[in-house]
Design a protein around this ligand. Structure first.
Ligand code: SAH
Length: 327
């Protein structure tokens, strides 16, 4: 089976979400497992199935992806990862959701080998350049060129090494925006390893708030901030979205960077916007190219208009600025 472009997206997307699963593993027993459920069909049918899967599962952190599964493009596959269940239960759960919509599409459920994808993903990774930033591991500290801003990120159970198109897209945008102007109050929502918060703090030499729904990520981000000499600039706490009262202590924000996924970002449009100033800038990522229009629509209702878009390895980063609400 030949995997085209999205296969690499698939791998990194998996890395993005596994940390939550690993967290459960470290907190409870050792029997956490990952099951991949794959449904193959013709293109339109597979796309419809993947939308159904996204609707039901993506908010819970189960990555869904779709790719061409045959070289002639006749067969497509919609795939999802489920955690902590047997392949039979995973197949039943998916069948239950897609129901009659899956028609006769073949469905396979397979348990994946127990691999620490995060550490694996960092092993041997080369430093990444994005704008003026170079994200690197401890072993490549000496590779940061003069004039570049080095960000050292160690293997950790959180997402954000700079190798993913979404992180790199955000880093480039942070570099561009902070080279052009200054901001009063910056938020990195969904901070993961803290890479974006650290980048903004080092570039602007100003405080940045870093939050994440995952406590391990928040702790990792603060630890990485310390490692990069930015402990005094990066503040953080664990929270789901921006409803938490503590945001009011730090906001309203005139720059928010949120590299999450399309669906949660759409759901949070109102809440994120309500924590932002009237003339704020918002960088959104974690988006597939086709997510652009619905994200723009959701945020246009909050008064944002598109200022810039970047595509990187099939992922989209949007920069929005607040203007007039258009709906
Ligand atoms: N900012 C990093 C990490 C992005 S991965 C980077 O650009 O590389 C997305 C992060 O968002 C994960 O750490 C995940 O735990 C977090 N996240 C997902 N849903 C969230 C929510 N509702 N509120 C806050 N953080 C969330």
């Amino acid at each position: 089976m030949k995997r085209l472009g999205p296969s690499c997206l698939w791998h990194v997307h998996r890395v993005a979400v596994i940390p939550l699963a690993l967290k459960h593993k470290s907190e409870s027993t050792n029997d956490m497992n990952t099951v991949r459920v794959r449904i193959t069909a013709e293109e339109l049918e597979a796309k419809r199935i993947s939308e159904i899967l996204e609707r039901y599962f993506e908010d819970e952190g189960n990555p869904v992806t779709i790719y061409e599964a045959s070289p002639d493009g006749k067969i497509w596959a919609a795939e999802i990862l489920l955690f902590d269940m047997s392949p039979d239960d995973a197949a039943a759960k998916v069948r239950d959701r897609v129901g009659a919509d899956a028609f006769a599409a073949p469905l396979e459920a397979e348990e994946l080998p127990d691999i620490n994808w995060v550490e694996k993903s960092l092993e041997g990774l080369k430093p990444v350049r994005a704008g003026r930033f170079i994200v690197h591991g401890g072993h490549d500290r000496d590779k940061v060129a003069p004039g570049a801003i080095g960000i050292e990120i160690e293997a950790a159970l959180a997402f954000g090494t700079g190798h993913h198109g979404t992180t790199a897209g955000c880093l480039e945008e942070i570099d561009r925006l902070l080279s052009m102007r200054s901001f009063e109050s910056i938020l990195d929502l969904g901070t993961g390893t803290g890479v974006l918060a650290i980048a903004a703090a080092l570039k602007a030499r100003q405080p940045v708030l870093a939050t994440d729904i995952d406590h391990i990520a928040t702790t990792t981000a603060l630890e990485n901030a310390r490692l990069n000499g930015a402990a005094h600039l990066v503040r953080g706490f664990t929270a789901n979205g921006t409803e938490d009262r503590r945001f009011r202590l730090y906001g309203p924000f005139d720059l928010v960077i949120a590299n999450i996924l399309a669906r949660p970002l759409m759901k949070m449009a109102k809440s994120i916007s309500s924590n932002m100033t009237r003339s704020a800038t918002l960088v959104l990522s974690g988006l597939r190219i086709e997510d652009g229009p619905r994200i723009l629509f959701a945020y246009s209702c909050q008064g944002f208009v598109l200022a810039r878009r970047r595509e990187k390895n099939g992922w989209l980063t949007l920069t929005l600025v607040r203007g007039q609400a258009v709906c």
